[in-house]
Design a protein. Structure first.
Length: 248
């Protein structure tokens, strides 16, 4: 394969554009799990404590942190039309009841709102799911507790949505591999990955680490919450919506 200077330049520009596009999103998710694994009582979370995670998720400190994150991210509202600016007042009036519903396993997440973003390929769209602002708080609270636990299980060669890691780090590792004599690169993408995730398999994998059935049940409810697309409800028995924080 012949490689020209113009081709190299175009490739470099493409990479720079890509890095700019993903850097903000990666920073957002990385910050979620950058804090230490400290429980509400200041004890380090161990594998033997993963059967009591709902209490940590619903602790006031964790929920306050989740609210601040959702507030700072702003973003459009979900199917109920509630804006981020209305969130604090709603939580003050309904927070106690919602926490009890979550603790008792009676909380029912709202469907996500379908948003279609055009891809580079003409006529193709990336389908995103926008949760309600209330569900974003609860999903954020879940992420803040689970991310540090799973961070210890992830591969050293994984750079996406990781604390202190990003696309630049991946490129540096590629350069190191080239300098070490590796001569092959595999460029691949899983087509429609999020749309085809096997939910039962995902729950099975999560259950290997998370022993709190209430948390597993809540995540399952979010996966099955459905989608509102052009005013029509669609079931989500397969896959998971892109846009919710639980995908992190």
């Amino acid at each position: 394969m012949n490689v020209t200077k113009d081709g190299i330049k175009d490739r470099q520009l493409h990479i720079e554009d890509y890095l700019q596009m993903v850097s903000a999103e990666q920073k957002e998710y990385a910050e979620v799990s950058a804090h230490q694994r400290i429980a509400e009582n200041n004890d380090i979370i161990t594998d033997f404590q993963t059967d009591r995670l709902m209490e940590k998720i619903l602790s006031n400190d964790n929920l306050n942190q989740a609210y601040k994150k959702v507030k700072s991210n702003k973003g459009a509202g979900g199917v109920d039309g509630m804006s981020v600016d209305e969130l604090l007042s709603f939580l003050r009036n309904n927070g106690v009841q919602l926490k009890q519903q979550l603790m008792d396993g009676k909380y029912k997440p709202n469907p996500v709102r379908r948003v279609e973003i055009p891809k580079e390929t003409k006529g193709e769209f990336r389908k995103l799911g926008v949760p309600t602002v209330v569900d974003r708080v609860f999903q954020q609270a879940i992420t803040q507790v689970l991310s540090p636990i799973y961070e210890e299980q992830f591969s050293e060669n994984s750079y996406g949505f990781r604390p202190g890691r990003g696309a630049h780090d991946a490129l540096k590792q590629c350069q190191t591999n080239v300098n070490d004599g590796y001569g092959y690169v595999v460029d691949m993408d899983l087509e429609k990955f999020f749309d085809t995730v096997c939910q039962s398999k995902l729950i099975e994998v999560l259950s290997r680490t998370i022993k709190d059935g209430r948390v597993i049940s809540l995540i399952h409810k979010y996966l099955n919450a459905g989608v509102i697309s052009r005013g029509v409800f669609e079931r989500t028995e397969v896959g998971m919506p892109q846009g919710g924080l639980c995908k992190a």
